[in-house]
Design a protein around this ligand. Structure first.
Ligand SMILES: NC(=O)c1ccc[n+]([C@@H]2O[C@H](COP(=O)([O-])OP(=O)(O)OC[C@H]3O[C@@H](n4cnc5c(N)ncnc54)[C@H](O)[C@@H]3O)[C@@H](O)[C@H]2O)c1
Length: 278
């Protein structure tokens, strides 16, 4: 029922956006043009503040707390989504870069957390639903050994971090290795899950940003000298913007992408191609 003086749109379908940081905010703002927004972040105040701004702009957004490493929190989020009538879009954007956490935390957030959210919401998916999980260019440059590849086939295994640490050894079990592993495995997960989502008439895809101008991107420029070398090799000779990622999310969420599932969209100014071209 429409309420005078409110921009609430109970007649619109729901987009769930996980992560209220740079890209998450850009995605939520764009999706708010066509969907009600449920915005979740480990930082409740941040999610609430972004949702409040979107409401002031005429959107219909709610911010909630959810730590995606906590199964009970993800269950609560799923219950909220069910109570709101299910969802049409999942944009899973939350993640940690190598300078933000240790090996285990990066795997638990970027991989296991993202998989937990997707698995928990899958039963609520219906015909036309699209799930978009943000991976990274870094996942395109990682080549796992057979042992690591086998372990990554079980991204929800509670013992995954320990098993990876044993397989990699202490020299290699670093945040700089955890990041590409987590993003590589997230892409593989979306490929593998397309059939399960397809059973419901729904789609699941990953989206791999290259270098994007966000606070996270700036932090990595500061901490990692290698990033400047990669920047120099980007064919388009610039960083991407959060708006360009929002463009791609909007497309993948829309019916214009209705036959795109189980694959990855690189939005990287051509960098992955430049790094792998022979
Ligand atoms: N910025 C880049 O250049 C770049 C490039 C490639 C991929 N990415 C990926 O894009 C995504 C978004 O990046 P960004 O630059 O917007 O980062 P950001 O740091 O601005 O936002 C990430 C958000 O995730 C939230 N978060 C962290 N841990 C969480 C948890 N356990 N539960 C719930 N929320 C949690 C943070 O609170 C934060 O709001 C990430 O997945 C990142 O790996 C970024």
């Amino acid at each position: 029922m429409h309420k005078i003086g409110s921009s609430a749109r109970p007649d619109w379908q729901l987009a769930v956006v996980i992560g209220a940081g740079g890209m998450g905010t850009a995605a939520a703002r764009r999706l708010s043009q066509h969907y009600r927004i449920l915005l979740a972040d480990i930082d409740e105040a941040r999610a609430a503040a972004v949702a409040e701004i979107l409401c002031k702009e005429g959107g219909d957004a709610t911010g909630v707390a959810c730590d995606i490493t906590n199964p009970a929190a993800v269950q609560r989020l799923t219950k909220t989504v069910a109570d709101m009538g299910g969802f049409r879009v999942l944009a899973h954007v939350a993640g940690l870069s190598p300078s933000m956490a240790d090996f285990g935390t990066i795997i638990r957030v970027n991989l296991t957390g993202a998989v937990r959210v997707a698995e928990s919401l899958l039963p609520l998916a219906s015909v036309g639903t699209a799930a978009i999980l943000i991976s990274s260019l870094a996942g395109h440059t990682y080549r796992p050994s057979e042992t690591i590849e086998a372990l990554l086939r079980g991204p929800a295994d509670p013992a995954l971090v320990d098993k990876l640490m044993v397989a990699l050894g202490s020299q290699q079990a670093t945040p700089q290795v955890a990041y590409p592993i987590s993003k590589y495995a997230l892409m593989a997960y979306c490929r593998q899950q397309a059939a399960a989502w397809g059973e419901r008439g729904a789609r699941i895809v990953s989206l791999s940003p290259g270098m994007i101008a966000t606070p996270m991107g700036a932090l990595e420029f500061e901490k990692s000298p290698r990033k400047m070398q990669l920047y120099a090799r980007t064919p388009l000779k610039r960083e991407g913007t959060m708006l360009e990622i929002a463009d791609a999310i909007e497309f993948l969420a829309s019916d214009k992408a209705s036959f795109i599932s189980g694959t990855d969209l690189l939005v990287d100014g051509g960098l992955a191609g430049a790094l792998t071209a022979r």
